[in-house]
Write a protein that binds this ligand. Structure first.
Ligand code: NDP
Ligand code: 2IT
Length: 452
């Protein structure tokens, strides 16, 4: 019997309701099965058993008062997964779906992603089931202040450094930073994604989307391909999607879709920079719905989400490349089949774990250039690491310097994934490559640091 079988069984028995966490852990453990025999220390030091158990999970009450002067109570989390490589690092998600399983899956993925960046970053994730959608600025501020009034005691520039994720952008980071500073009377880099005038790094807002495309360029180079003239599908319309689209336009690709949780836009003519400006204004300033794009550009079509459908029609549009940038499990098995049937040759993930297990298998079996999230979207946290470096040295780096570092980091991650896939699995299986490369660095650090 494989050594991972009892580990997975115990994990499922301990927390039977944590479906997303099981999905993330299973994928990594199946990849590691291929290296366990070559590294007996993994078994001896119980590295796998320790890695799937968070170092700490904090769950707390977040009371706040809405605009009708009614008290609301949400649940806050911080999962501090692994600190072998550095302070816990990872985003905060504010979305109605947030629960412990989603927090643990995201924190688990973050450990390997952060390891791949080559920086000194442990892994963590946090958030709340509070949804900023439809809330006033003051409601969001009161929520963020209450959230930080508990979170502040668990974080610190050398302990745990949160950042943004779904529902957390510059506005939320600002309110949380202000509350931390007020409680502690300290101006320190305890969050990344800050405003550029008060400690934020240039290029941090762009970093995840840009990094995704830099990584994909590296993958495409292995087949002597470029983005010029390629038709691309992008889902989501938030931070990651916006800068993915911006970079794709710059490289001569044609992006024909964009979406939010209510539906998607198909623009056959392609989204140009002017249309992207409209999307950014709509989503970041007006905080409106993507359906409004159709009113502004009537040649496009809007398709609302239909929960009764067994697949998402966005993924059934003929294209060369697909970039899921919204949320977990947004590509199911049928969606993956549709993408393959329509001739997609590149799938690279901006969102965390956007493809279900069966979809991942289909992409690998069909020779798709498939870039898994923990490698492809690592540019965001990598520039967060650069923000931490700037904060501790009290320096501000230029856009060109940060962008150059980001490109180098994405190139290095690509090379590492490719080399590890060739050495331990099949060359070009970036799933095994990313899981094994990310794992080895953390495992070695855990062995060096003893049984903690
Ligand atoms: P944003 O909140 O800026 O945007 C999220 C987008 O995804 C919105 O368009 C949102 O639509 C849509 N969305 C969210 N939840 C769902 C859902 N359940 N079904 C359909 N659509 C949904 O978040 P980000 O762009 O920052 O994050 C997107 C993804 O990228 C997430 O998976 C995140 O974990 C990942 N990521 C983010 C990084 C970052 O630096 N921000 C770094 C690495 C990964 P709506 O407006 O209707 O909610
Ligand atoms: O999933 C992610 O990597 C993020 N949300 C960014 C984390 C960070 O610390 O910048």
């Amino acid at each position: 019997m494989s050594i991972i079988t009892p580990i997975l069984t115990q994990m499922e028995q301990r927390d039977p309701n944590e479906r997303e966490f099981h999905q993330a852990a299973q994928e990594v453990l199946y990849s590691l099965e291929k290296v366990i025999d070559a590294f007996p220390a993994i078994k001896y030091h119980k590295i796998l058993e320790r890695m799937i158990e968070p170092e700490r999970v904090v769950s707390f009450r977040v009371p706040w008062v809405d605009d009708n002067e009614e008290l609301q109570v949400n649940r806050g989390f911080r999962v501090e997964m692994n600190s072998a490589l550095g302070p816990y690092k990872g985003g905060l998600r504010l979305h109605a779906s947030v629960n412990q399983s989603i927090m643990k899956f995201l924190a688990f993925e973050q450990v390997f992603k952060n390891s791949l960046t080559g920086l000194s970053l442990g892994g963590g994730k946090g958030g709340s089931d509070f949804s900023p959608k439809g809330k006033s600025d003051l409601e969001v501020m009161r929520f963020c202040q209450s959230f930080m009034t508990e979170l502040y005691r668990h974080i610190g520039e050398n302990t745990d450094v949160p950042a943004g994720d779904i529902g957390v952008g510059g506005r939320e980071i600002g309110y949380m930073f202000g509350q931390y500073k007020r409680i502690k009377n300290q101006f320190t880099g305890i969050l990344t994604g800050k405003g550029p005038e008060w400690g934020g790094s240039l290029i941090r807002p762009e970093a995840t989307g840009y990094g995704l495309i830099y990584f994909t360029q590296n993958m495409m180079e292995t087949r002597s391909e470029t983005f010029e003239g390629k038709t691309c599908l992008v889902s989501g319309s938030g931070n990651v999607s916006q800068f993915t689209i911006e970079k794709l336009i710059e490289l001569g690709a044609k992006v024909v879709t964009v979406s939010d949780s209510s539906g998607f836009i198909y623009d056959e003519e392609g989204i140009d920079t002017k249309k992207l400006d409209f999307i950014m204004m709509l989503k970041n300033v007006k905080r409106g719905r993507i359906a409004e794009y159709e009113q502004e550009y009537p040649h496009s079509t809007y398709t609302p989400v239909n929960a009764a459908r067994d697949c998402n029609p966005l993924w059934d549009i003929k294209a060369d490349c697909a970039f899921p940038c919204a949320t977990q499990n947004e590509i199911n098995e049928k969606d993956a089949q549709n993408l393959i049937k329509n001739g997609v040759s590149v799938v690279a993930e901006g969102a965390n774990m956007p493809t279900c297990e069966e979809g991942v298998k289909l992409f690998l079996d069909n020779n798709i250039l498939y870039g898994p999230a923990k490698a492809t979207n690592a540019g965001g946290v990598a520039v967060s690491g650069l923000e931490m470096a700037q904060n501790s040295s009290r320096m501000v780096w230029t856009r060109e310097r940060v962008d150059g570092e980001l490109q180098n980091i994405m190139k290095r991650i690509h090379t590492m994934c490719l080399n590890n896939s060739e050495q331990y699995s099949t060359k070009g299986n970036y799933v095994d490559g990313a899981n094994i490369a990310g794992f080895m660095r953390v495992a070695n650090a855990m062995i060096d640091q003893g049984y903690v």
